[in-house]
Design a protein around this ligand. Structure first.
Ligand SMILES: C[S@@+](CC[C@H](N)C(=O)[O-])C[C@H]1O[C@@H](n2cnc3c(N)ncnc32)[C@H](O)[C@@H]1O
Length: 289
């Protein structure tokens, strides 16, 4: 962690982020972070934003907790857009630690063409920022060797690989988290088709990380946000929405990753049906009586 932190100090953009998003937080919380970094549990480190790719760590832990609350022993998680594989390996590492902490198992999938970005189709793909050939998988063999047994790389155009994949997802290991990092509007639209299978293939609240909504040219009429808006318009029982009040639930509130976290509400999930057996009736106390 310390080595990683020091390496970030060499990058001016990262230095700026650490300064704006972390050092401007209250001193006592930053001091407490040092204690947590040295002696805290993995879960506490996620609470204190001390894990590399905190955005993935939060989503993976939260998905595991949602699964636990429904007594689901295993979840499927996906990274769309793998490139050199740093994100996918990061998911593998974090998931392993979350399994140790929660007992929830992970089935991990990475999707990528292997050849970098395909051609953009029009202004909706934000061609002023992204271009064909960007971010190829550098060393596929090395990446495959580094993947643990519960992780797979699915190579090909997502438009072709997702429809087959969704048939293989089972309700024994529903999708709990998808990381969308394919840059274009049209590729994102293809990724989101993975959320259109039978309801029990998902958690009732499935986490989504949208990686590319923070660039200046992002807006609801292009890129990932346009794909999300169209998904919501086209799917009556599936709605993608920012994670409700996430900022207020975090210790460090100035960090920007919070704004990239969305969820899909699976409105047709059986746990959201009026016929589902409920736990015992809850009674509120009244301090005035
Ligand atoms: C920014 S990179 C991903 C970076 C990676 N998530 C990380 O954090 O290290 C975007 C990737 O999306 C992939 N991609 C974009 N559109 C695709 C499509 N339609 N089918 C398959 N791969 C696609 C590209 O090959 C590229 O590797």
């Amino acid at each position: 962690m310390l080595k990683y932190f020091l390496s970030k100090l060499g990058d001016q953009r990262k230095r700026k982020r650490i300064f704006y998003e972390r050092l401007t937080e209250p001193l006592h919380l930053n001091l407490l972070s040092i204690f947590i970094a040295l002696f805290g549990s993995f879960e506490q480190k996620i609470e204190f934003d001390l894990v590399i790719r905190q955005q993935y760590a939060f989503c993976l832990l939260q998905a595991a907790k949602f699964a636990q609350s429904l007594q689901i022993p295993s979840i499927t998680v996906i990274e769309f857009g793998v490139a050199a594989g740093a994100g996918l390996l990061n998911i593998c590492e974090i998931s392993k630690k979350i399994t140790q902490a929660t007992g929830v198992q992970f089935q991990i999938f990475g999707f990528d063409s292997g050849q970098g970005l395909p051609a953009p189709r029009d202004y909706r793909d934000i061609p002023e920022t992204f271009k064909e050939g960007d971010y190829p998988i550098v060393d596929r063999e090395k990446l495959l060797q580094a993947l643990p047994d519960n992780a797979k790389l699915i190579i090909g155009n997502i438009a072709q690989t997702v429809p087959e994949f969704i048939k293989s997802v089972s309700q024994e290991s529903p999708i709990g988290f998808i990381a969308v990092d394919v840059d274009y509007y049209w590729s994102t639209k293809e990724c989101l088709k993975v959320l259109q299978g039978e309801a029990e293939k998902y958690l009732p609240i499935t986490l989504i990380h949208l990686d590319d909504i923070g660039i200046p040219s992002s807006n609801p009429w292009v890129g990932e946000l346009l794909a999300v808006n169209e998904f919501n318009a086209e799917n009556h029982y599936r709605k993608i929405h920012p994670y409700t009040f996430l900022r207020n639930k975090r210790i460090f509130q100035r960090t920007s990753w919070i704004d990239y976290v969305f969820v899909m509400h699976t409105l047709d999930h059986k746990s959201r049906s009026v016929d589902t057996e409920k736990t015992k009736v809850r009674v509120l106390s009244n301090p005035y009586l």
